[in-house]
Design a protein around this ligand. Sequence first.
Ligand SMILES: [Mn+2]
Length: 302
Amino acid sequence: MHTATLTLLPPTISSSPSFLDALAATRNLGERPVLHWRDLRSVNTAYDLIGDVHSCGDELGELLELLGYRITWAQEHGERVACITPPAGRKVILLGDLLDRGPKAADTLRIAMAIVAQDCGYILMGNHDFLFTIGILGSPQPIHADAAQTISQLAHESAQFFWNLRDMFSDLPTYLWLDEGRLCVSHAGLRADLLGSSSAEAHNHAIYGNEPARNATRTYDPKLHWAASYTGETTMAYGHFRLQDALWVNNTICLDTACVYGGKLSALRWPERDIVSVPAHAQYTKAPLRGRCIPPGTSLFY
Ligand SMILES: [Mn+2]
């Protein structure tokens, strides 16, 4: 009688692929995000617009709670996940530069993924997010230093977390047109003549703003900032330009109040136009010395 020899295998050593394994597997794929904007003018809801988070995950959670969003944390299939319950009739929009320089990339991303997956709002593409996206889509170029630092904070995450991120980042819009045309949101703002455009110039402006040539004293003249000459009827809400306080210029408002540099994280409630802020817990990084063209009327900035 033939009897099969039963060989007992050693217990499987858990070797579930990690975030970094998944990242390595994408190297040199060279995919690029398809830049796009979304026309949501016919959507009837109120919004809470939040400026540059830069991985300040604790402050993001606090600001959302202050705005009336309930956040609970759970374990699902071994993953830490956020569950968000928005106030009735409201959606949240993060105005880009979600990542880099701050301490809590993973929880910031969990909140962002919950916002998108649970249909609680939108995340916009900022310049930092753009470089991060190129990195995780498999850039043949070396990953940008800020993105590499963010990735080091994610080293203990799972491969599933990586693939979920990749899905979200490859589909971030550069700008949204909202509220029957009354509001446009983007990371760095849009000139009125670019609103509704899918041109490379429109996407580039929405992500980077206008960066005029420096003058002889190597400072920027605030009159060169795009908001200085804005005369559009659509209110432009944006971040990117780090300020001490949220600032209205013409029919535009900048909401980057420099949380990661020790300032605060700010939101604009729309259509109420109230500003709601929470202070940074710490100065997480020094503001870069390199100046940036700031909106006119700004006396204090980081
Ligand atoms: Mn930015």
